[in-house]
Design a protein around this ligand. Structure first.
Ligand SMILES: *[C@@H]1O[C@H](CO)[C@@H](O)[C@H](O)[C@H]1NC(C)=O
Ligand SMILES: *[C@@H]1O[C@H](CO)[C@@H](O)[C@H](O)[C@H]1NC(C)=O
Length: 140
């Protein structure tokens, strides 16, 4: 008979391993290399990846300020099955409705594919790269 404590630790470990293997299964569909003077947004625009997706696919390497990337670093540009490659860089004066109109998508799809953009779209900024795919992507 297993003691309750042992049973708990086995259950906890198998839950941990299930999560770990689910993450390991999501490989990168494409990679990119950080160049000299890159910011996350510059790299995102060059490699056609949204600002959100780049951070989401590199949770260990990219923090909220993106101040730890270095030239030569290999970054994951998109995870298999959730890789948006249709993107636009925000221009000065842009709004979510203008960006959505230009891309022929709804604002709801734009917001769903860019979870870093708030619901009233007041936090977009020039140079930020947004996913404008017409399919809603579920990000892990
Ligand atoms: C991306 O880089 C990783 C780590 O170097 C490598 O294991 C993987 O094969 C690369 N994936 C692609 C699609 O190039
Ligand atoms: C990076 O920035 C430095 C300082 O502004 C500049 O001297 C250098 O030419 C830049 N390198 C590239 C590749 O743009």
């Amino acid at each position: 008979m297993l003691a309750a404590k042992q049973l708990f630790s086995i259950v906890a470990l198998s839950a941990f391993l299930t999560v770990a293997s689910a993450q390991a299964r999501l490989g990168c569909s494409r990679n990119g290399t950080v160049q000299e003077n890159d910011t996350c947004d510059v790299l995102s625009a060059r490699d056609s990846v949204s600002t959100f997706q780049l951070a989401n696919a590199n949770k260990d390497a990219i923090d909220a300020f993106c101040d730890h990337i270095f030239p030569g670093e290999n970054l994951c540009l998109g995870l298999v099955g959730e890789d948006c490659t249709t993107v636009v860089a925000v221009q000065s004066g842009d709004s979510c409705s203008a960006i959505a109109d230009t891309a022929s998508i709804t604002v709801a799809t734009l917001l769903a594919n860019n979870p870093n953009v708030n619901s009233d779209c007041s936090n977009i900024y020039p140079g930020e790269v947004l996913c404008t795919d017409n399919q809603v992507i579920t990000y892990s």
